[in-house]
Design a binder for this molecule. Structure first.
Ligand code: CDM
Ligand code: ATP
Length: 278
């Protein structure tokens, strides 16, 4: 088998918290969550080839934003699974952006190295609270501190615009600024949404409890939400994770592309993509 044939590719899609309710706090300071999570068709890409020693190469438009040493979530994941490989991370997602870039890269690395080394997937929570849901990489309800993940069947595909203002936001600082830590969970049983519009209406009654503390820390989030709401195309605009990326839901792909084009012209310094969440 040639080296090219031995290459294993895994997508590392952006994680979007369609709703993120903070329902409590554990004694160790970690917060209890109830979150509806979907994944975009935009993301990073991990390629791994068998090698005697693990090496990481980072390429792509966002490569300069991530560490290339042992702090990189890809190398942390490789160490956890214990399979050595030559790994390329093609980085397209902004870092520290609330869309789980590092977590999705870690999950993609685990999937790739499990295939390459014929190993079972290890317990992933030790790599970060978002890594278990990123291992699933499909619509899910995430509870506990992130370890309790259940696939959600029947989430309609949602056309969306993702917008990041280029300001990194540190997740611990956002959680630390939360004023209320005992908020209501989502309904115990999720509805059967008829279509994307029905889902967007339901989501409008849910929340991201981290939006206010993140906005206090990073006022650019307010500007992003304001731009998403300025056009007629988005039926719902909300922040993902601990920010600063926000998403706008649109009735169809053409509207998402048009809204993305409008915002990219208004704010050429922002990261803007039209995508589909599922
Ligand atoms: C905000 C979310 O992105 C929502 O999906 C995640 O809960 C955060 O996931 P993550 O970045 O993978 O989180 P980790 O790297 O494990 O934790 C970063 C920090 O966020 C805080 N943290 C994270 C998850 C959680 N359930 N409660 C917390 O309080 C803790 O201060 C922790 O030190
Ligand atoms: N592969 C990676 N991609 C992005 N960031 C990484 C990576 N490895 C390590 N990091 C570091 O992790 C930190 C968090 O980045 P990440 O993109 O995972 O945050 P996030 O999008 O806020 O994640 P979450 O939504 O899980 O909170 C950054 O400060 C970055 O330096």
């Amino acid at each position: 088998m040639t080296a090219a044939e031995a290459a294993v590719h895994e997508a590392a899609p952006a994680k979007i918290n369609l709703a993120l309710h903070v329902t409590g706090r554990r004694a160790d300071g970690y917060h209890l969550l109830d979150s509806l999570v979907a994944f975009a068709d935009a993301g990073d890409r991990v390629t791994a080839r068998a090698a005697g020693q693990t090496r990481l190469h980072v390429t792509g438009p966002m490569a300069a934003r991530v560490p290339v040493d042992a702090r990189n979530s890809v190398l942390r994941a490789a160490a956890l699974i214990g399979v050595s490989a030559d790994i390329t991370l093609d980085k397209h997602l902004p870092a520290a952006a609330g869309i789980g870039g590092g977590s999705s890269d870690a999950a993609a690395t685990l999937r790739a190295l499990a295939r390459l080394g014929d190993r079972p997937l290890p317990e992933a929570l030790s790599l970060g609270a978002d890594v278990p849901v990123c291992l699933l990489a499909g619509a899910a309800r995430m509870c506990g501190i992130g370890e309790d993940v259940a696939r959600v069947e029947g989430l309609p595909a949602l056309d969306a615009v993702l917008v990041n203002p280029g300001v990194p936001v540190a997740t611990p600082e956002v959680f630390a600024r939360l004023e209320c830590r005992g908020n209501a969970a989502m309904p115990e049983v999720l509805p059967r949404w008829r279509d994307g519009a029905d889902c967007a209406r339901w989501l409008a009654a849910q929340r991201n409890d981290l939006e206010a503390p993140a906005q206090a820390l990073c006022p650019a989030i307010g500007a992003v939400l304001e731009r998403l709401r300025a056009g007629a195309g988005c039926t719902l605009a909300r922040m993902s994770g601990s920010g600063a990326t926000c998403f706008g839901l649109c009735p169809d792909a053409a509207t998402a592309r048009a809204e993305a084009a409008r915002i990219a012209v208004e704010r050429p310094d922002w990261w803007v993509v039209a995508t589909r969440l599922r």
